[in-house]
Design a protein around this ligand. Structure first.
Ligand code: MG
Length: 451
């Protein structure tokens, strides 16, 4: 399979195989034209290929007359905040996020710090495909400037949204696993400024990942163990660009991926009622929590930009995704692992409970996720079969097909970047979830064998 993926949400590939500096130069040129030769912020996670791509972006952007501001190595949300702060025309983030170390990618940011909306991503791709793009003459070429304030700027914002004095009094013992990624500096600083005693693991920002950077329980055994041996109150882990987090309880249990969003939502709604926004595949536990506070949940298509956009348009109080990506609008409309850490520590402080006790109070669901290879052109047929088969149930076609039954739901959708179909099923217990998942697989297989 060709590993270079170019889509409205960015470009991603394997370093040295498909993602080459020459492609990155071209994206620099296209983005420079897209923002109309304004100032562009560049930042990256810690991957070893970032320097190579950084200079490629500089070349492309400078060649069309942009001024470049390099904010260095820092988390994706810190870079997004710098685009806003510096009133830049946009930004480009070099990060492979949660993907394995051999991958890297570019993410494009609007002037307001949110990722490009899908229609803007389309426009960028159109420019990228143009054969001839007018370049700047020798006397129109600008420079690269360096700004090292991204982390301090972010920390300042984070410390404004929580009751720091109260958290400090708790003197939490915290273990942090930054996967040698972009949060290696900022998260230990944040925790110490919140009065915590921090044990750092994998906080060497060299881009050599000690484990797969996806913050899921199977990758976080070291964190789990360390929380127990240190007798810590809580453990946190980030992916390589720190827009996501995972939580380990004081017993060393790494909580399911969707718990950071559930905990943050419960805490936020307890203080201020309002709209919650998430995508279609996120657990129904979020609806149960919102209902408890008489609040509404709005669901969007998959992709964090859709959640951010909807939150901004509808003035939501909290939102995010079930993968550990929490969006707290007082900071910005972006997934922010550090903001989630601050908020969860405040929740523990105010509730005066342990994190495992808070986790136990959450509504329980069982979710199964799977994928199958699937030709895109067959999706229309699948859609019509599902429509007929489940005509007596609630159906949602916003992003693929979601069948909502009394005992749970099945969501089947095409991947935006790979020739695969994703199948999600959720129910109150394992048996029922498995049954729903099997139903989903059966429907997809029916279409696969059909001519
Ligand atoms: Mg990420």
């Amino acid at each position: 399979m060709n590993s270079l993926m170019i889509s409205v949400s960015g470009v991603r590939g394997i370093v040295g195989e498909t993602l080459m500096p020459e492609i990155v130069v071209k994206f620099g040129v296209a983005f420079g034209k897209f923002v109309r030769e304004k100032r562009v912020v560049i930042g990256s996670d810690t991957r070893t290929s970032n320097q190579m791509f950084r200079y490629a972006l500089f070349s492309g952007l400078l060649s069309v007359g942009c001024k470049v501001i390099d904010v260095g190595i820092c988390p994706t949300p810190s870079i997004q905040l710098m685009v806003e702060k510096l009133k830049a025309g946009g930004g480009i983030i070099i990060t492979g996020s949660h993907n394995p170390v051999e991958w890297n990618a570019l993410k494009f940011v609007r002037h307001d710090g949110i990722f490009l909306y899908p229609e803007e991503g389309e426009r960028l791709l159109t420019i990228y495909k143009e054969k001839r793009i007018k370049r700047a003459a020798w006397n129109e070429i600008k420079s690269v400037y360096y700004d090292t304030s991204a982390i301090e700027n972010h920390l300042e914002k984070l410390l404004e949204i929580v009751d720091k004095d109260n958290i400090r009094r708790k003197k939490f013992k915290v273990v942090l696993d930054a996967c040698n990624g972009a949060a290696s500096k900022i998260s230990p600083l944040l925790l110490r400024r919140l009065g915590c005693k921090v044990t750092e693991i994998n906080c060497k920002p060299d881009g050599v990942f000690p484990h797969s950077p996806e913050p899921i329980p199977s990758n976080l055994r070291e964190l789990s163990l360390k929380v127990k041996t240190e007798k810590a109150d809580i453990g946190f882990a980030h992916d390589a660009d720190a827009d996501r987090i995972a939580i380990a309880t004081e017993e060393g249990n790494v909580l399911p991926e969707d718990y950071p969003l559930l905990l943050a939502t419960k805490f936020v709604l307890g203080g201020k009622r309002g709209l919650v926004v998430t995508n279609l595949s996120t657990t129904s536990a979020l609806d149960d929590i919102a209902r408890e506070f008489k609040c509404k949940v709005m669901r969007t298509r998959i992709g964090d930009v859709n959640v951010s956009k909807c939150m901004k348009e509808h003035n939501a109080v909290i939102g995010g995704e079930g993968n550990g990506g929490v969006i707290i609008p007082q900071v910005h409309y972006a997934r922010d692992g550090m903001a989630a850490i601050a908020l969860i520590l405040e929740y523990i402080t105010k509730s005066n409970k342990t994190v495992s006790a808070l986790a136990n109070e959450l509504p329980k669901y069982y979710t199964i996720k799977g994928k199958l290879e699937f030709p895109r052109e067959k999706f229309v047929l699948l859609e019509s079969i599902l429509k007929e088969e489940f005509k007596n149930y609630e159906l949602n076609f916003l992003d693929g097909v979601k069948v909502i039954l009394k005992e749970g739901w099945i969501h089947i959708r095409l991947s935006g970047t790979e020739p695969i179909i994703r199948i999600f099923a959720e129910a109150k217990n394992k048996e029922k979830a498995e049954e729903l998942f099997k139903t989903g697989i059966r429907e997809v297989e029916k279409v696969l064998v059909a001519r």
